[in-house]
Write a protein that binds this ligand. Structure first.
Ligand code: FMN
Ligand code: FE2
Ligand code: FE2
Length: 394
Protein backbone atom coordinates (compact mmCIF):
# COMPACT_ATOMS: atom_id res chain seq x y z
CA UNK A 1 0.00 0.00 0.00
CA UNK A 2 2.30 2.66 -1.31
CA UNK A 3 -0.17 5.47 -1.08
CA UNK A 4 -2.94 6.61 1.20
CA UNK A 5 -6.20 4.63 1.35
CA UNK A 6 -9.48 6.54 1.59
CA UNK A 7 -11.37 5.04 4.53
CA UNK A 8 -14.41 7.29 4.24
CA UNK A 9 -15.19 10.53 2.42
CA UNK A 10 -11.90 12.48 2.41
CA UNK A 11 -10.50 10.63 5.41
CA UNK A 12 -7.35 8.70 4.55
CA UNK A 13 -5.32 5.97 6.22
CA UNK A 14 -1.69 7.07 5.98
CA UNK A 15 -0.17 4.37 8.20
CA UNK A 16 2.86 2.16 7.61
CA UNK A 17 3.81 -1.47 8.17
CA UNK A 18 6.83 -2.28 10.34
CA UNK A 19 8.29 -5.64 9.30
CA UNK A 20 11.73 -4.85 10.75
CA UNK A 21 11.35 -4.50 14.51
CA UNK A 22 11.87 -7.77 16.42
CA UNK A 23 10.62 -6.63 19.81
CA UNK A 24 7.83 -4.09 20.38
CA UNK A 25 8.79 -1.76 23.24
CA UNK A 26 12.02 -3.79 23.34
CA UNK A 27 10.08 -6.60 25.03
CA UNK A 28 7.27 -8.18 23.00
CA UNK A 29 8.01 -10.36 19.94
CA UNK A 30 6.62 -9.27 16.58
CA UNK A 31 6.59 -12.43 14.43
CA UNK A 32 3.86 -10.84 12.30
CA UNK A 33 5.18 -7.28 12.46
CA UNK A 34 3.11 -4.29 13.52
CA UNK A 35 1.36 -1.42 11.75
CA UNK A 36 1.50 2.20 12.88
CA UNK A 37 -1.75 3.74 11.73
CA UNK A 38 -2.14 7.44 11.16
CA UNK A 39 -4.91 9.35 9.40
CA UNK A 40 -5.43 12.46 7.32
CA UNK A 41 -8.65 14.46 6.98
CA UNK A 42 -8.68 16.57 3.84
CA UNK A 43 -11.09 19.41 4.61
CA UNK A 44 -11.01 23.22 4.54
CA UNK A 45 -8.55 22.73 7.35
CA UNK A 46 -6.29 19.72 6.93
CA UNK A 47 -5.83 17.55 9.99
CA UNK A 48 -3.40 14.67 10.48
CA UNK A 49 -4.13 12.34 13.36
CA UNK A 50 -1.02 10.82 14.94
CA UNK A 51 2.25 10.05 13.18
CA UNK A 52 4.44 6.94 12.84
CA UNK A 53 7.65 5.58 14.37
CA UNK A 54 10.64 7.69 13.40
CA UNK A 55 12.26 5.31 10.89
CA UNK A 56 9.09 5.19 8.78
CA UNK A 57 8.95 8.93 8.13
CA UNK A 58 9.79 8.70 4.38
CA UNK A 59 6.80 6.45 3.63
CA UNK A 60 4.61 8.57 5.88
CA UNK A 61 5.52 11.82 4.10
CA UNK A 62 5.03 10.15 0.72
CA UNK A 63 1.47 9.24 1.72
CA UNK A 64 0.71 12.72 3.03
CA UNK A 65 1.99 14.30 -0.18
CA UNK A 66 0.05 11.84 -2.31
CA UNK A 67 -3.12 13.42 -0.86
CA UNK A 68 -2.03 17.01 -0.29
CA UNK A 69 0.52 17.68 -3.00
CA UNK A 70 2.04 21.05 -2.13
CA UNK A 71 -0.72 21.97 0.32
CA UNK A 72 0.09 22.23 4.01
CA UNK A 73 -1.23 20.65 7.20
CA UNK A 74 -3.19 22.86 9.61
CA UNK A 75 -3.51 20.56 12.60
CA UNK A 76 -1.57 17.57 13.88
CA UNK A 77 -3.62 15.80 16.53
CA UNK A 78 -1.44 13.88 19.00
CA UNK A 79 -3.62 11.34 20.75
CA UNK A 80 -0.72 9.50 22.38
CA UNK A 81 2.93 10.34 22.94
CA UNK A 82 4.49 6.86 22.93
CA UNK A 83 7.19 7.19 20.26
CA UNK A 84 5.73 4.50 18.01
CA UNK A 85 3.20 7.24 17.16
CA UNK A 86 4.85 10.51 18.11
CA UNK A 87 8.24 9.62 16.61
CA UNK A 88 7.74 11.77 13.52
CA UNK A 89 6.18 14.81 15.25
CA UNK A 90 9.38 16.84 15.42
CA UNK A 91 10.34 16.40 11.75
CA UNK A 92 6.75 16.89 10.58
CA UNK A 93 6.74 20.21 12.43
CA UNK A 94 9.98 21.16 10.68
CA UNK A 95 8.45 20.30 7.30
CA UNK A 96 5.18 22.09 8.06
CA UNK A 97 6.20 24.93 10.43
CA UNK A 98 2.72 26.49 10.53
CA UNK A 99 1.09 23.22 11.56
CA UNK A 100 -0.51 23.53 15.01
CA UNK A 101 -0.19 20.58 17.34
CA UNK A 102 -3.52 19.67 18.93
CA UNK A 103 -3.11 17.96 22.27
CA UNK A 104 -4.15 18.17 25.92
CA UNK A 105 -2.59 19.64 29.04
CA UNK A 106 -0.81 16.42 29.96
CA UNK A 107 0.81 16.15 26.52
CA UNK A 108 2.78 19.38 26.99
CA UNK A 109 5.42 17.92 29.27
CA UNK A 110 6.02 15.02 26.84
CA UNK A 111 6.25 17.30 23.78
CA UNK A 112 8.83 19.45 25.51
CA UNK A 113 10.73 16.53 27.04
CA UNK A 114 10.88 14.25 23.99
CA UNK A 115 11.05 16.76 21.15
CA UNK A 116 11.75 20.21 22.59
CA UNK A 117 8.43 21.50 21.23
CA UNK A 118 6.83 24.31 23.25
CA UNK A 119 5.12 26.54 20.71
CA UNK A 120 2.24 26.23 18.30
CA UNK A 121 0.27 23.88 20.53
CA UNK A 122 -3.51 24.05 20.82
CA UNK A 123 -4.65 22.65 24.16
CA UNK A 124 -7.99 20.85 24.13
CA UNK A 125 -10.05 19.79 27.13
CA UNK A 126 -12.46 16.90 27.45
CA UNK A 127 -15.30 17.12 24.89
CA UNK A 128 -13.93 20.28 23.32
CA UNK A 129 -14.07 20.47 19.55
CA UNK A 130 -12.39 22.03 16.56
CA UNK A 131 -14.07 22.75 13.27
CA UNK A 132 -12.41 21.64 10.05
CA UNK A 133 -15.05 22.98 7.63
CA UNK A 134 -17.21 20.09 6.52
CA UNK A 135 -16.09 17.90 9.41
CA UNK A 136 -15.27 18.53 13.05
CA UNK A 137 -13.26 16.82 15.76
CA UNK A 138 -14.22 16.31 19.40
CA UNK A 139 -11.66 15.13 21.94
CA UNK A 140 -12.27 12.61 24.70
CA UNK A 141 -9.73 12.30 27.48
CA UNK A 142 -8.96 8.65 28.21
CA UNK A 143 -6.05 8.88 30.65
CA UNK A 144 -3.97 5.76 31.38
CA UNK A 145 -5.17 3.84 28.34
CA UNK A 146 -2.22 3.24 28.55
CA UNK A 147 -0.31 6.52 29.14
CA UNK A 148 -1.45 9.55 31.17
CA UNK A 149 -1.87 11.88 28.18
CA UNK A 150 -3.87 9.46 26.03
CA UNK A 151 -6.96 10.89 24.40
CA UNK A 152 -9.28 9.83 21.60
CA UNK A 153 -10.43 11.96 18.70
CA UNK A 154 -13.95 11.67 17.31
CA UNK A 155 -14.96 12.95 13.88
CA UNK A 156 -18.60 13.97 14.17
CA UNK A 157 -19.87 13.77 10.59
CA UNK A 158 -18.58 10.28 9.77
CA UNK A 159 -18.80 9.14 13.42
CA UNK A 160 -15.25 7.88 13.28
CA UNK A 161 -13.37 7.29 16.53
CA UNK A 162 -9.59 7.64 16.29
CA UNK A 163 -8.95 5.62 19.40
CA UNK A 164 -5.14 5.67 19.82
CA UNK A 165 -3.83 2.29 21.07
CA UNK A 166 -7.20 1.10 22.35
CA UNK A 167 -8.72 -1.61 20.11
CA UNK A 168 -5.41 -2.00 18.27
CA UNK A 169 -3.17 -5.03 17.95
CA UNK A 170 0.02 -6.48 16.58
CA UNK A 171 0.33 -7.73 13.00
CA UNK A 172 0.97 -5.73 9.85
CA UNK A 173 -1.90 -4.98 7.48
CA UNK A 174 -1.65 -7.46 4.64
CA UNK A 175 -3.56 -5.64 1.92
CA UNK A 176 -6.86 -5.57 3.78
CA UNK A 177 -7.25 -2.77 6.27
CA UNK A 178 -10.94 -3.10 7.28
CA UNK A 179 -12.60 -5.68 9.53
CA UNK A 180 -14.69 -6.84 6.55
CA UNK A 181 -11.55 -7.38 4.44
CA UNK A 182 -9.25 -9.23 6.83
CA UNK A 183 -9.10 -12.61 8.58
CA UNK A 184 -10.62 -11.34 11.82
CA UNK A 185 -9.76 -14.26 14.20
CA UNK A 186 -6.10 -13.84 13.18
CA UNK A 187 -6.21 -10.16 14.11
CA UNK A 188 -8.32 -10.78 17.20
CA UNK A 189 -5.61 -12.97 18.64
CA UNK A 190 -3.01 -10.28 17.98
CA UNK A 191 -5.30 -7.65 19.53
CA UNK A 192 -5.65 -9.78 22.64
CA UNK A 193 -1.88 -10.28 22.74
CA UNK A 194 -1.43 -6.51 22.53
CA UNK A 195 -4.08 -6.04 25.21
CA UNK A 196 -2.67 -8.63 27.60
CA UNK A 197 0.93 -7.48 27.13
CA UNK A 198 0.49 -3.73 27.15
CA UNK A 199 -2.95 -2.54 28.24
CA UNK A 200 -4.04 -5.21 30.77
CA UNK A 201 -2.69 -3.44 33.83
CA UNK A 202 -4.92 -0.46 33.00
CA UNK A 203 -8.13 -2.47 32.64
CA UNK A 204 -10.02 -0.31 35.17
CA UNK A 205 -9.15 2.77 33.05
CA UNK A 206 -10.33 0.95 29.92
CA UNK A 207 -13.65 0.44 31.69
CA UNK A 208 -13.78 4.17 32.45
CA UNK A 209 -13.03 5.01 28.82
CA UNK A 210 -15.76 2.63 27.60
CA UNK A 211 -18.26 4.25 29.96
CA UNK A 212 -17.11 7.66 28.78
CA UNK A 213 -17.81 6.64 25.16
CA UNK A 214 -21.06 4.78 25.82
CA UNK A 215 -23.31 7.57 24.54
CA UNK A 216 -21.13 8.38 21.52
CA UNK A 217 -22.48 6.89 18.28
CA UNK A 218 -19.52 5.08 16.71
CA UNK A 219 -19.61 3.91 13.10
CA UNK A 220 -15.89 3.42 12.57
CA UNK A 221 -13.07 2.60 15.00
CA UNK A 222 -9.67 3.58 13.68
CA UNK A 223 -6.93 2.73 16.15
CA UNK A 224 -3.19 3.22 15.86
CA UNK A 225 -2.41 -0.48 15.24
CA UNK A 226 -4.07 -3.09 13.04
CA UNK A 227 -7.41 -3.31 11.27
CA UNK A 228 -10.04 -0.56 11.13
CA UNK A 229 -13.51 -1.60 12.28
CA UNK A 230 -16.21 -0.20 10.00
CA UNK A 231 -18.56 -3.13 9.40
CA UNK A 232 -18.93 -4.13 13.03
CA UNK A 233 -17.28 -1.85 15.60
CA UNK A 234 -19.21 -3.59 18.39
CA UNK A 235 -17.13 -6.72 17.68
CA UNK A 236 -14.09 -5.06 19.19
CA UNK A 237 -15.97 -2.93 21.72
CA UNK A 238 -17.55 -6.05 23.21
CA UNK A 239 -14.25 -7.87 23.42
CA UNK A 240 -12.56 -4.88 25.06
CA UNK A 241 -15.38 -4.74 27.56
CA UNK A 242 -14.94 -8.42 28.45
CA UNK A 243 -11.15 -8.33 28.60
CA UNK A 244 -11.11 -5.23 30.79
CA UNK A 245 -13.66 -6.77 33.15
CA UNK A 246 -11.44 -9.88 33.18
CA UNK A 247 -14.27 -12.08 31.97
CA UNK A 248 -12.83 -15.35 30.75
CA UNK A 249 -13.59 -18.43 28.67
CA UNK A 250 -13.66 -22.06 29.75
CA UNK A 251 -10.13 -23.37 29.56
CA UNK A 252 -6.99 -23.91 31.59
CA UNK A 253 -3.45 -22.60 31.22
CA UNK A 254 -0.71 -24.64 32.88
CA UNK A 255 2.62 -22.87 33.16
CA UNK A 256 5.55 -24.69 34.75
CA UNK A 257 9.31 -24.51 35.14
CA UNK A 258 11.35 -27.68 35.03
CA UNK A 259 15.09 -28.30 34.88
CA UNK A 260 15.16 -32.11 34.83
CA UNK A 261 11.59 -33.04 34.03
CA UNK A 262 10.08 -33.80 37.45
CA UNK A 263 7.79 -30.78 37.51
CA UNK A 264 6.95 -31.34 33.86
CA UNK A 265 5.80 -34.89 34.69
CA UNK A 266 3.43 -33.38 37.24
CA UNK A 267 2.21 -30.76 34.71
CA UNK A 268 1.47 -33.49 32.19
CA UNK A 269 -0.44 -35.55 34.75
CA UNK A 270 -2.61 -32.52 35.50
CA UNK A 271 -3.12 -31.79 31.80
CA UNK A 272 -4.14 -35.40 31.12
CA UNK A 273 -6.60 -35.31 33.99
CA UNK A 274 -8.12 -32.06 32.65
CA UNK A 275 -8.53 -33.63 29.21
CA UNK A 276 -10.12 -36.76 30.73
CA UNK A 277 -12.50 -34.48 32.62
CA UNK A 278 -13.69 -32.89 29.38
CA UNK A 279 -11.65 -29.66 29.24
CA UNK A 280 -10.87 -28.97 25.59
CA UNK A 281 -8.97 -25.72 25.88
CA UNK A 282 -5.72 -26.67 27.63
CA UNK A 283 -2.58 -24.57 27.09
CA UNK A 284 0.61 -26.09 28.46
CA UNK A 285 3.61 -23.73 28.63
CA UNK A 286 7.16 -24.37 29.76
CA UNK A 287 7.87 -20.91 31.17
CA UNK A 288 11.47 -20.97 29.91
CA UNK A 289 10.39 -21.89 26.39
CA UNK A 290 7.26 -19.86 25.65
CA UNK A 291 7.75 -16.11 25.57
CA UNK A 292 5.95 -14.24 28.33
CA UNK A 293 3.99 -12.41 25.60
CA UNK A 294 2.19 -15.57 24.46
CA UNK A 295 1.74 -16.96 27.99
CA UNK A 296 0.00 -13.73 29.04
CA UNK A 297 -2.31 -13.90 26.01
CA UNK A 298 -3.53 -17.36 27.02
CA UNK A 299 -3.82 -16.41 30.67
CA UNK A 300 -5.95 -13.38 29.80
CA UNK A 301 -8.30 -15.62 27.84
CA UNK A 302 -8.97 -18.56 30.14
CA UNK A 303 -10.45 -18.98 33.58
CA UNK A 304 -8.15 -21.67 34.99
CA UNK A 305 -4.50 -21.02 35.79
CA UNK A 306 -2.25 -23.73 37.20
CA UNK A 307 1.29 -22.69 38.07
CA UNK A 308 4.03 -25.26 38.67
CA UNK A 309 7.46 -24.43 40.04
CA UNK A 310 10.63 -26.38 40.59
CA UNK A 311 12.73 -24.87 43.35
CA UNK A 312 15.81 -23.06 42.10
CA UNK A 313 18.27 -21.61 44.62
CA UNK A 314 15.63 -21.52 47.35
CA UNK A 315 12.98 -19.82 45.24
CA UNK A 316 11.15 -19.80 41.91
CA UNK A 317 13.16 -20.08 38.70
CA UNK A 318 13.94 -16.62 37.19
CA UNK A 319 11.36 -16.92 34.42
CA UNK A 320 8.60 -18.14 36.73
CA UNK A 321 9.47 -15.33 39.10
CA UNK A 322 9.10 -12.87 36.22
CA UNK A 323 5.71 -14.31 35.23
CA UNK A 324 4.37 -14.15 38.78
CA UNK A 325 5.58 -10.58 39.23
CA UNK A 326 3.94 -9.59 35.92
CA UNK A 327 0.61 -11.19 36.89
CA UNK A 328 0.79 -9.51 40.28
CA UNK A 329 1.42 -6.14 38.61
CA UNK A 330 -1.46 -6.72 36.17
CA UNK A 331 -3.79 -7.52 39.10
CA UNK A 332 -5.07 -10.73 37.56
CA UNK A 333 -8.48 -11.58 38.98
CA UNK A 334 -11.62 -13.71 38.46
CA UNK A 335 -9.41 -16.78 37.98
CA UNK A 336 -9.31 -20.20 39.57
CA UNK A 337 -5.77 -21.09 40.58
CA UNK A 338 -3.96 -24.36 41.08
CA UNK A 339 -0.42 -24.68 42.39
CA UNK A 340 2.11 -27.52 42.31
CA UNK A 341 5.84 -28.07 42.20
CA UNK A 342 8.91 -29.84 43.49
CA UNK A 343 12.08 -29.47 45.51
CA UNK A 344 14.82 -31.61 46.97
CA UNK A 345 16.12 -30.09 50.17
CA UNK A 346 14.73 -26.67 51.19
CA UNK A 347 11.59 -26.13 49.12
CA UNK A 348 10.59 -22.59 48.16
CA UNK A 349 8.88 -22.66 44.75
CA UNK A 350 5.50 -24.01 45.87
CA UNK A 351 5.44 -21.68 48.86
CA UNK A 352 6.12 -18.68 46.60
CA UNK A 353 3.36 -19.70 44.18
CA UNK A 354 0.91 -20.36 47.00
CA UNK A 355 1.73 -16.99 48.58
CA UNK A 356 1.10 -15.21 45.28
CA UNK A 357 -2.17 -17.10 44.65
CA UNK A 358 -3.47 -16.27 48.13
CA UNK A 359 -2.37 -12.65 47.98
CA UNK A 360 -3.99 -12.20 44.56
CA UNK A 361 -7.44 -12.85 46.00
CA UNK A 362 -8.23 -15.50 43.40
CA UNK A 363 -9.73 -18.82 44.37
CA UNK A 364 -6.99 -21.38 45.13
CA UNK A 365 -7.97 -25.01 44.61
CA UNK A 366 -6.98 -27.98 46.72
CA UNK A 367 -4.82 -29.94 46.65
CA UNK A 368 -1.65 -27.88 46.43
CA UNK A 369 0.76 -30.57 45.31
CA UNK A 370 4.39 -30.55 46.35
CA UNK A 371 6.67 -33.45 45.44
CA UNK A 372 10.01 -34.01 47.09
CA UNK A 373 12.44 -35.28 44.43
CA UNK A 374 10.71 -37.16 41.61
CA UNK A 375 6.92 -37.25 41.97
CA UNK A 376 5.80 -40.60 43.43
CA UNK A 377 2.46 -42.30 42.79
CA UNK A 378 0.83 -40.39 45.60
CA UNK A 379 1.98 -37.01 44.22
CA UNK A 380 0.78 -37.94 40.74
CA UNK A 381 -2.60 -38.99 42.14
CA UNK A 382 -2.85 -35.59 43.82
CA UNK A 383 -1.98 -33.93 40.50
CA UNK A 384 -4.84 -35.83 38.83
CA UNK A 385 -7.13 -34.76 41.66
CA UNK A 386 -6.11 -31.13 41.10
CA UNK A 387 -6.91 -31.47 37.39
CA UNK A 388 -10.29 -32.97 38.19
CA UNK A 389 -11.11 -30.26 40.73
CA UNK A 390 -10.10 -27.59 38.25
CA UNK A 391 -12.32 -29.07 35.53
CA UNK A 392 -15.26 -29.09 37.94
CA UNK A 393 -14.70 -25.49 38.97
CA UNK A 394 -14.82 -23.99 35.45
C1 FMN B 1 20.59 -25.45 39.98
C2 FMN B 1 19.60 -26.05 40.94
C3 FMN B 1 19.25 -25.36 42.07
C4 FMN B 1 18.37 -25.93 42.98
N1 FMN B 1 18.04 -25.26 44.14
C5 FMN B 1 17.25 -25.87 45.05
C6 FMN B 1 16.97 -25.26 46.30
O1 FMN B 1 17.42 -24.15 46.58
N2 FMN B 1 16.16 -25.91 47.18
C7 FMN B 1 15.63 -27.14 46.90
O2 FMN B 1 14.89 -27.70 47.71
N3 FMN B 1 15.89 -27.77 45.74
C8 FMN B 1 16.70 -27.16 44.82
N4 FMN B 1 16.98 -27.79 43.65
C9 FMN B 1 16.41 -29.12 43.42
C10 FMN B 1 15.21 -29.06 42.51
O3 FMN B 1 14.27 -28.12 42.91
C11 FMN B 1 14.53 -30.42 42.54
O4 FMN B 1 15.45 -31.40 42.12
C12 FMN B 1 13.29 -30.44 41.66
O5 FMN B 1 12.60 -31.65 41.83
C13 FMN B 1 13.67 -30.29 40.21
O6 FMN B 1 12.52 -30.37 39.44
P1 FMN B 1 12.64 -30.47 37.86
O7 FMN B 1 13.16 -31.83 37.51
O8 FMN B 1 11.25 -30.24 37.38
O9 FMN B 1 13.60 -29.38 37.44
C14 FMN B 1 17.85 -27.22 42.73
C15 FMN B 1 18.19 -27.88 41.55
C16 FMN B 1 19.05 -27.31 40.67
C17 FMN B 1 19.40 -28.06 39.40
FE1 FE2 C 1 1.20 3.10 23.33
FE1 FE2 D 1 0.98 2.20 20.05
Amino acid sequence: MKHAVEISDKIYWIGVNDMDTDLFEGIWPLPRGVAYNAYLIDDEKVAVIDTVKKGYLPQFIEKIQAVLGERSIDYLVVNHMEPDHSGSVKILRQLYPKMEIVANQKTLDFLRGFYGIEDGIKIMGDKESIDLGDKSLTFYMTPMVHWPETMMTYENKTQTLFSADAFGGFGVLQGGIFDDEVDLPYYENEILRYYSNIVAKYSPMVQKALTRLSDVPIKVIASTHGAIFRENPSYILERYDRWSKQETEKGVVIVYSSMYGHTQTMAEAIARSLACSGVEQIRLHNVSRSHLSFILTDIWKYKGLILGGSTYNMKLSPYMDMLVSTLDNDKLKNRVFGVFGSYSWSGGAVKALRDYAEKSGNQLLEPVVEAKHAPDDNSLDLCRQLGKNMAESL
